[in-house]
Design a protein around this ligand. Structure first.
Ligand code: ADP
Length: 418
């Protein structure tokens, strides 16, 4: 699935890039053809204007045209200007060079290609086409000028920019969408994998105490245990293992209640010291058997706190269970309770294998278990800390973790006293 999404993302990006490339090429072509069509049109307009000018000028007396030619030959602008002021010339100019209309302007050019007459000021306009006059004033031309910024390639370029921006936004949306989808599917498949692990882990967790209970039960049933002390030891094992089973099943059931939004909490004033003692009680045997050093430090005179005692005890049990499970060489469990301000701090610390800082955020996620190699061989379902977090948050509190790999971990439930 992930490979598929990765390829889909690549395909989308490649397709978008090809589309962008093709769009750019076709826009360049459009720009070029618009430019050449415009130039052709401009040439036609200049030619038409030249023909009309010549036609009107034909009616003017010959000396007028001769004067104009002579004035041009002197190169004196004032002479040209006064020659142009001749009514016959002026009429020819006005009738043929008018109506160019913005953004193009028609102008008469002298033999040096200098504009000597135009209906409007040329300003910064640029010449885009010119048509030579044939009769009367050879070497003179009619030029077509265009205002800057009005060229078709400028308009096209503006459109190209608009198109590129739209395409860019589209691309960003497509890529963002693909990345989000890719992330979502990756996350989904990870959850699916974790769920499969969860089922396997829980089944394994259920099986082990059950086989112990069965084995000891059968041995007892067959009357194979002659002495009373061993029998009592077997009963204790059975009780302990069934307690462990109940804890595990409670965890899974509560977890499913939380997932279904059906978990409720009933708060009542609760004394802290008995709560801590009762949470530790089921672990007395495994702690003693594992050779653990247990330190319990409950501050004196703690006020009663408004909590769901069973839920908080369960959270505390999960933390103690983890402290035992993930112990290293130094087998220590420290449980402490203190009130700081208006908060009750319930902490469980160990000197076990610890957790890498990068994992601190993730261990509270459902089904999540740190790098399989570390946790391998240690039983667990991956929902214990998710439950702890849910319980504390439901109480308006939070759970924190301080941990260094190889040094140990300390989990603290921070709960409001009221
Ligand atoms: P699990 O059932 O696997 O113990 P939890 O939700 O209780 O699930 O814990 C999630 C993961 O956090 C564990 O798999 C383990 O990797 C890590 N972890 C929890 N508590 C400790 C601890 N005290 N020391 C080291 N690692 C811990």
């Amino acid at each position: 699935m992930t490979t598929f999404s990765r390829w889909a993302l690549v395909a989308v990006v490649v397709a978008a890039a090809v589309l962008a490339g093709l769009g750019w090429i076709s826009l360049r072509q459009w720009e070029r053809s618009a430019e050449s069509a415009f130039r052709e049109q401009a040439r036609d307009m200049a030619t038409m204007a030249a023909e009309k000018f010549e036609m009107v000028l034909r009616g003017a007396p010959e000396p007028v045209i001769a004067r104009l030619r002579a004035a041009a030959a002197t190169g004196d602008p004032r002479a040209v200007e006064s020659a142009l002021a001749e009514p016959a010339v002026r009429e020819a100019l006005e009738s043929s060079l008018g109506g160019g209309g913005a953004p193009t302007i028609l102008a008469l050019l002298d033999p040096q290609s200098r504009p000597v007459y135009a209906r409007e000021s040329l300003g910064a306009a640029q010449r885009v086409a010119a048509a030579r006059l044939r009769e009367g004033l050879p070497d003179w031309q009619i030029g077509l000028y265009q205002q800057p910024g009005a060229a078709p390639h400028v308009t096209v370029r503006r459109q190209v920019m608009l198109f590129s921006a739209a395409l860019g936004i589209l691309l960003v949306v497509i890529v963002a969408g693909s990345v989000t989808t890719y992330r979502l599917t990756r996350r989904e498949s990870e959850v699916a994998r974790l769920k499969a692990d969860f089922v396997a882990n829980v089944s394994h967790d259920l099986k082990t105490p059950l086989s112990v209970i069965r084995m000891f039960g059968e041995t007892l049933e067959m009357g194979r245990v002659p002495d009373q002390a061993t029998r009592e030891e077997y009963y204790r094992v059975i009780t302990r293992e069934s307690e462990r089973l109940s804890r595990l099943i409670d965890n899974v059931l509560d977890f499913s209640r939380i997932e279904g939004g059906r978990r409720t909490y009933e708060r009542a004033p609760t004394p802290v010291e008995p709560l801590v003692r009762e949470s530790l009680e089921p672990f007395a045997y495994p702690l003693a058997q594992g050779g653990f050093k247990v330190e319990v430090d409950v501050a004196a005179d703690l006020p009663d706190v408004m909590i769901d005692a069973a839920a908080v005890a369960q959270a505390l049990s999960n933390l103690v269970d983890n402290a035992i499970k993930y112990a290293g060489e130094r087998k220590t469990v420290r449980v402490s309770a203190a009130v700081v301000g208006d908060r009750l701090m319930l902490a469980v610390a160990d000197e076990g294998i610890g957790i890498a800082p990068a994992e601190h955020g993730r261990i509270f996620e459902k089904f999540y278990r740190v790098g399989r190699s570390d946790t391998q061989g240690r039983r667990g379902s991956g929902v214990g800390l998710a439950l702890v977090r849910h319980v504390t948050e439901a109480h308006g509190g939070r759970v924190t973790v301080e941990s260094t790999p190889g040094m140990g971990s300390r989990f603290t439930l921070v709960l409001p006293v009221r």
